[in-house]
Design a protein around this ligand. Structure first.
Ligand code: ADP
Length: 852
C-alpha cells in the first residue's frame, strides 16, 4: 500500500451552482425588500393615527357643536355665561388650528375641496374670535356669534364629512397597495419556495453523486493500494521537488526504509548513490527552469540505487510524470536487478568461456593441420616415390592400401578444417571472373572414369548463354560440385548422372546434380545436411565418408549467398539443386560443346624442362620428396634449408620459381619473400609459391600480401606441384578473346618493318628485360597503398612500349592497372589479370625474338 498524502478531488463543479446561489440570494433579497415594504405600509396604516385623525376631525365638529350650543344656551339665558362661550370657543379654536397645522392632517389639507371648506371654517373661526376678543356686551356679541355659528355649521359639517370620505379613500388606496405588495410577496415567496425545493433536489442529487464518487474513489483507491502493496517493484511517488509522497511495501523492502522514514524526505538523499547526485541535482535545476528530465518518460533505464545500509546496487527504473494543480507528481517504478545483472554476468562469462573454448578449438585445429599435414606430407610423398620403385605385387598392394588410407585421412583432416573455417566465419569469398560452364565440365570429366567403372554415365547439360563469363568464387563452386557429383557417383550404380546448369529469370544460376541412384528417404533428407550424418545406405557397396561433405556444401552455398535444396525418393534417385547469384560479366565465349565437354585437365603429361626452381624448406625429408617429384618433370632444383639461405641464393641467381616453406628457423618464408621482392635479388621477379600446412584463410591472405604468387597446401603431390609450376596453365586463364590480342601481328609487323631486323631484336630484348622487371614490381607494389602513384606511372610507361609493339592485351591490362591506381579503385583485379597476360605476351615475344 502506498502511504502518503492524497490529493483531494474537485467534486463540486463551480459554474451552475454559483448561478443558483446567486439566484437564491436575489430571491431572498426580493423577499426582504417586500417584507420591509409591507412593514412600512402597515406602519402607515397604523389605525391609531387614522383613528386620531378621524377622531380629531369629528371632535372639530363636536367642539363646534359644543360651542354653538354654549352660544345658544347663553343667548336663551337671562344670565348669559360668556365665559362658558369663550371656553368652548377656545377649544374649537385650538381644534381648527390643530387641523390646519398638525402633520397628521397634511393629506387632508392637500385635498382642494376640503382645504376650501376648511378655509371657510377658519375664516368663520377667526371672525368669531374677533367678536369675542372685542369684548362687547353679551347681548351684542351673542346674536352675532349665533349668526356666525349658524353660517359655519354647514362648512364644519362638510369638513367632517369630507375628511371621513378622504380617509375612506386613503385607507382604500393603502389597502390596495398593501394587497399588491402582499401579492408580489406571495409570488416571490412561491418562487423562493420553488427555488428552495429545486435547490434541495439538486443538493440531494449532488449528495447522491458525491456518495457515488466517493465509493468509486474508495474502490479505485483500494485497487491501487492492492496493486501497489502487492507490486514486486518499488513504487515511489514524489512531488516536483523530489520529496517523497508515497513509498510502497516493496520500496520498504528493497531500500530498507519504512514509509514513515521516507515520506517527506528528498528521495535523492534516501536512495541515490553519491556519484549520481550532482548529475541529478543539475537535472532538477534544469527541469525547474523549464527543461526536461532525461529519465522521465524514457521507458526502462538501468541505473544504480543505494540501500539504507549504503549498499549500491543496480536497478531498472521507469518514471512517469503526471501534472496536477499542486505541481507535477512523479511516480517511479524501480526493480532490483542485482540478481539479473549477476545472471547476465555469469552468462557473459559463460559465453566468453565458450568463445575462448571455440578459439582454443580453432587454434587446436590450426595446429593440428600443421602437425598432421607435415608428417602426412612425408608419408604420402614417400609412398608416391616408393610406388615408382620396383616392388613385389603384395608390397604394391600394401602400398596402395596405405596410399588410399593416407588420402582418406588427408581428406578427413581437410574436411574438419574446412568446416571449422566456415563456422568461424573466416571464409572470404573470391570475386573473380571465371567460366562456370567449364567448371562443371571439369568436374564431370574428373569423375567420369570412376563413374564408368560402376557402369554410370555422366552427362552435362548447359542451357543458354551467360554461364561462361561469370563473377564469383570458382574454387568454392568447384568444391560444391565435387561434393554433390562425388556423392552422386558414390550412391549410383549402373545409372546416369546429369549435371545441368541454366541461368534463371531472376538472373541466378541454377545447377542441378541429378542421379538415378539409391535415393534418400524423406525423413533423412533434412538431416543429411547436418555435420557427421551418414545414413546407413543398406547398400551392397561399402561407402566411406565422415558425413561432413553436405554440411560443408550447405555452408559454402550459403556463404556464397545461394540456396541448396534436395528432391529425392528411395530407389528413384536424388536431385540436389543449387541456386547461386553469379553475376554475368561482359559477354565472353559460349561453349561450343554443350555436353561431354572433355578437356585436358593436365596431369602427368606436363613437362617443365629447364625450369630453375629454388626449394626453400627446412625439413630434409620434405626437401627430398619435393626434389624427387620436380626433377622427373625436367626442373633444375636448388635447395635452401631456411629463409636466410633462400634469400642469399635468390639474390645470386634468377630462379623461375621459388617454392617457399613458411615455418622455418632463422628466417621464415614470409620474411624471406619480402626480402626477395624488395631487395636486389636476381630472383625479385620470380614466382614465389608458398608451401604450407597453414590452411586458414587469413594466413593465405598474409602470404599473398608478403608477395607470394600462390599457395600449395601440404602435403604436396607431384600432380599438384606440376600444375602449380606449369606456366601453360596460367595462360589458359586468359580470356580467349584477349588471347588474339596478345600480339597484334599487324602492328608488330609494321613495327618490325620500320625498324629493320636488328633494331627490332634489340628493342624486343630491351622491352622484355624492362617488362620482366617491371611486371613483378607492379604486382608487388600494388599491395602498398603509398605506391599508387609510382605504380600508375610505371604502368603508364610500360603500357606505351607495349602498344608500340602490338602487345595489345598487355597494353590493355597495364592501362587498367594505371586507371585503378589513379582513381583509388582496388588494384587486385587489375594485377591478377596482369600476370597471365604478361606470361602469354612474354612467350609470344620470345618466339618472335628467336625468329628475328
Ligand atoms: P560424406 O562426406 O560422408 O559423403 P555427406 O554429407 O556428403 O557425407 O552425405 C551424407 C549422407 O547423405 C551420405 O552418407 C548418404 O547417406 C547421403 N547422401 C548424400 N548424397 C546422396 C546421394 N546422391 N544419393 C543417396 N544418398 C546420398
Amino acid at each position: 500500500m502506498i502511504r502518503g498524502t492524497e490529493n483531494r478531488r474537485q467534486i463540486w463543479p463551480k459554474g451552475p451552482y454559483f448561478g443558483l446561489a446567486f439566484l437564491f440570494a436575489a430571491l431572498v433579497y426580493c423577499v426582504a425588500v417586500l417584507v420591509i415594504d409591507v412593514q412600512t405600509k402597515l406602519t402607515r396604516l397604523a389605525t391609531a393615527q387614522t383613528d386620531n385623525a378621524i377622531w380629531g376631525l369629528s371632535q372639530l365638529e363636536v367642539e363646534f357643536l359644543a360651542f354653538q350650543n354654549a352660544v345658544l344656551l347663553s343667548a336663551a339665558s337671562n344670565a348669559p355665561d360668556l365665559d362658558q362661550v369663550t371656553l368652548r370657543f377656545d377649544v374649537f379654536f385650538s381644534r381648527v388650528s390643530m387641523v390646519n397645522e398638525a402633520a397628521m392632517f397634511t393629506a387632508l389639507r392637500d385635498d382642494p375641496e376640503l382645504s376650501g371648506t376648511m378655509a371657510a371654517v377658519t375664516g368663520a373661526r377667526d371672525r368669531m374670535a374677533g367678536l369675542i376678543d372685542q369684548g362687547g356686551a353679551p347681548a351684542q356679541i351673542l346674536p352675532l356669534l349665533l349668526s356666525e355659528t349658524r353660517d359655519a355649521r354647514g362648512p364644519v359639517r362638510d369638513v367632517a364629512l369630507r375628511s371621513v370620505d378622504l380617509f375612506v379613500i386613503a385607507s382604500e388606496g393603502s389597502r390596495a397597495r398593501l394587497s399588491s405588495v402582499l401579492t408580489r410577496l406571495a409570488v416571490v415567496s412561491t418562487v423562493l419556495v420553488g427555488g428552495l425545493i429545486f435547490a434541495l433536489a439538486a443538493v440531494a442529487r449532488l449528495v447522491r453523486r458525491t456518495a457515488r464518487h466517493a465509493r468509486d474513489l474508495q474502490r479505485s483507491t483500494i485497487r491501487l493500494q492492492a496493486v501497489s502493496a502487492t507490486s514486486l517493484d518499488a513504487i515511489l511517488v514524489t512531488d516536483d521537488h523530489g520529496f517523497v509522497q508515497g513509498f510502497n511495501a516493496a520500496a520498504e523492502q528493497i531500500f530498507g526504509y519504512s514509509a514513515e522514514q521516507a515520506i517527506g524526505n528528498d528521495f535523492a538523499d534516501l536512495i541515490m548513490p553519491g556519484h549520481l547526485l550532482d548529475q541529478h541535482r543539475a537535472g532538477m535545476d534544469a527541469y525547474h527552469k523549464g527543461g526536461k528530465l532525461k529519465v522521465v518518460g524514457s521507458g526502462r533505464v538501468r541505473l544504480e540505487a543505494c540501500r539504507a545500509d549504503g549498499e549500491v546496487f543496480p536497478i531498472e527504473l521507469a518514471i512517469t510524470r503526471t501534472p496536477s494543480p499542486e505541481g507535477d507528481v512523479f511516480v517511479a517504478f524501480m526493480r532490483d536487478i542485482s540478481g539479473q545483472v549477476e545472471d547476465e554476468r555469469t552468462l557473459r562469462q559463460a559465453r566468453d568461456d565458450a568463445l575462448a573454448g571455440e578459439k582454443a578449438k580453432a587454434n587446436l585445429l590450426a595446429v593440428m593441420s600443421h602437425e598432421m599435414r607435415t608428417p602426412l606430407n612425408g608419408i604420402l610423398g614417400s609412398m608416391e616415390l616408393l610406388a615408382r620403385t620396383d616392388l613385389a605385387p603384395d608390397q604394391r598392394e600394401h602400398l596402395e592400401i596405405m596410399s588410399r588410407s593416407g588420402d582418406l585421412l588427408l581428406h578427413h583432416v581437410n574436411d574438419v578444417l574446412e568446416l571449422s573455417r566456415l563456422d568461424a566465419g573466416h571464409t572470404e569469398l573470391a570475386q573473380e571472373a571465371f567460366d562456370a560452364g567449364q567448371v562443371i565440365l571439369d568436374v564431370a570429366q574428373g569423375l567420369r572414369a570412376v563413374a564408368k567403372a560402376q557402369g554410370t554415365e555422366i552427362d552435362v547439360v548447359l542451357t543458354g548463354a551467360q554461364l561462361d563469363h561469370v563473377e564469383g568464387d570458382e574454387r568454392r563452386l568447384r568444391q560444391v560440385l565435387m561434393n554433390l557429383s562425388g556423392n552422386a557417383v558414390k550412391f549410383t550404380e549402373n545409372g546416369r548422372i546429369t549435371i545441368s546448369a541454366a541461368r534463371r529469370e531472376d538472373n541466378r544460376v541454377e545447377i542441378a546434380v541429378r542421379d538415378t541412384g539409391i535415393g534418400i528417404a524423406p525423413e533423412d533428407q533434412a538431416r543429411i545436411f547436418d555435420e557427421f550424418v551418414t545414413i546407413d545406405p543398406n547398400y551392397n557397396r561399402k561407402v566411406e565418408g565422415t558425413g561432413l561433405g553436405l554440411a560443408i556444401t550447405r555452408r559454402l552455398v550459403e556463404a556464397m549467398g545461394g540456396v541448396i535444396t534436395l528432391e529425392s525418393a528411395p530407389g528413384a534417385g536424388s536431385t540436389f539443386r543449387v541456386t547461386l547469384p553469379l553475376a554475368v560479366l561482359a559477354h565472353g565465349r559460349r561453349h561450343a560443346d554443350q555436353s561431354h565437354g572433355a578437356r585436358d585437365t593436365g596431369g602427368g603429361t606436363i613437362r617443365l624442362d629447364g625450369m630453375q626452381v629454388l626449394l626453400v624448406e627446412d625439413n630434409p625429408i620434405n626437401r627430398r620428396i619435393a626434389r624427387a617429384m620436380l626433377e622427373p618433370l625436367g626442373c633444375v632444383v636448388t635447395e635452401a634449408c631456411d629463409g636466410a639461405q633462400g634469400v642469399e641464393l635468390a639474390n645470386e641467381t634468377a630462379f623461375d620459381v621459388i617454392l617457399m616453406d613458411i615455418s622455418m628457423p632463422r628466417m621464415d618464408g614470409i620474411e624471406a619473400t619480402r626480402h626477395i621482392r624488395t631487395g636486389p635479388a636476381a630472383s625479385a621477379a620470380a614466382r614465389i609459391i608458398a608451401l604450407t600446412a597453414h590452411a586458414l584463410e587469413e594466413d593465405i591472405a598474409r602470404f599473398k600480401a608478403a608477395g607470394m604468387s600462390e599457395v600449395i597446401l601440404k602435403p604436396i603431390s607431384a600432380e599438384r606441384l606440376s600444375q602449380a609450376l606449369d606456366r601453360r596453365k596460367k595462360r589458359r586463364q586468359i580470356d580467349p578473346q584477349l588471347d588474339a590480342q596478345v600480339l597484334d601481328m599487324a602492328i608488330f609487323g609494321e613495327f618490325a618493318q620500320v625498324l629493320g631486323p636488328e633494331a627490332t631484336a634489340e628493342m624486343l630484348a630491351k622491352f622484355l628485360a624492362d617488362a620482366e622487371e617491371a611486371v613483378p614490381w607492379l604486382i608487388w607494389h600494388a599491395s602498398e597503398e603509398a605506391s599508387r602513384e609510382a605504380v600508375a606511372n610505371r604502368a603508364h610507361g610500360l603500357a606505351g612500349s607495349a602498344a608500340v609493339m602490338g602487345a595489345t592485351a598487355l597494353h590493355g591490362a597495364l592501362r587498367k592497372l594505371e586507371a585503378a591506381a589513379r582513381t583509388g579503385a582496388p588494384l587486385a583485379p587489375a594485377t591478377d589479370a596482369l600476370s597471365p597476360v604478361w606470361d602469354a605476351t612474354r612467350d609470344k615475344l620470345n618466339t618472335r625474338s628467336a625468329a628475328a
